[in-house]
Ligand binder design. Structure first.
Ligand code: 6PG
Length: 246
């Protein structure tokens, strides 16, 4: 694994610009080399402004969306039109403003069955989209992740076992603190990506960030520490507030 790259931006606007530039660059490279850009997006609140920027008049046409395939690193166990839905947030901020082919948008279909069934279905959709066999592991060009102030990422929360999953691509977890089922990619997929970018902003992350990046390895308490791409590049794109104690 290469050394993580840590980028500290002056503020959230600068973080969004940094992430948007990197998104465009990685998309251009992947599309010219392999004809498509395979990216898994994060949920939560941090990426919303980035999505709005990418959907803006200035940025929208810098990406060849016809050749971009969007997935989600995790999804809440709610319908797609529920206020908690990560797909719903992305649709409002980005998808609804693009002419991206519907077949390129790989939503976690939370209505398709029990949480465990939904996880299995999504794993199958991943393998199908990447043209893999039953045991294949997709290698995303880019995976965006956020960081919770409790050290979780995607929906690998302390108190769950998702961060220790070594076989399945996607699992369903019950998250006690939110009294909610969630569907999450596991380190099997996350650590097979060509590039993983944590986008972390705000003072609420100032204490957890140095623990995750530089503290002792405690994956049960800090599940984000299990994100260590085996061949790919890990980047932390931070604002100054979140990085204040690094
Ligand atoms: C989710 C996200 C989650 C998020 C972190 C940070 O479904 O909520 O995938 O892992 O990235 O909780 O969330 P904020 O960006 O809102 O701080």
């Amino acid at each position: 694994m290469s050394q993580p790259d840590i980028i500290v931006c002056a503020d959230r606007d600068a973080l969004n610009l940094e992430a948007a530039n990197r998104f465009v660059e990685l998309a251009d490279a992947a599309i010219s080399e392999r004809g498509r850009f395979m990216v898994a997006l994060s949920g939560g609140s941090t990426p919303k402004a980035l999505f709005e920027l990418l959907a803006s008049d200035v940025w929208r046409d810098r990406v060849d969306w016809d050749h971009v395939h969007l997935f989600w690193g995790d999804e809440r166990g709610v319908p797609k039109d529920h206020p908690d839905s990560n797909y719903g947030m992305t649709n409002g901020a980005l998808l609804s403003k693009l002419s991206i082919p519907e077949t390129n948008v790989h939503r976690v279909r939370t209505e398709a069955g029990t949480p465990d069934e939904v996880a299995e279905i999504y794993a199958g959709e991943l393998r199908e989209a990447f043209g893999l066999g039953a045991e294949g592991v997709p290698s995303f060009d880019l995976i965006h992740l956020g960081l919770g102030d409790d050290g979780h990422t995607a929906s690998m929360f302390p108190g769950t076992t998702a961060m220790h999953e070594s076989e399945r691509l996607v699992v369903a977890v019950w998250v006690e603190k939110f009294q909610q089922h969630r569907i999450t990619m596991t380190p099997v997929v996350l650590n097979n990506a060509a590039e993983v970018q944590f986008l972390v902003a705000g003072a609420s992350k100032v204490d957890v960030l140095p623990q995750v990046i530089a503290g002792p390895y405690e994956p049960d308490r800090l599940p984000s520490q299990t994100v260590k791409p085996s061949r790919g590049q890990l980047r932390w794109i931070l604002d100054r507030e979140a990085a204040a104690k690094l």
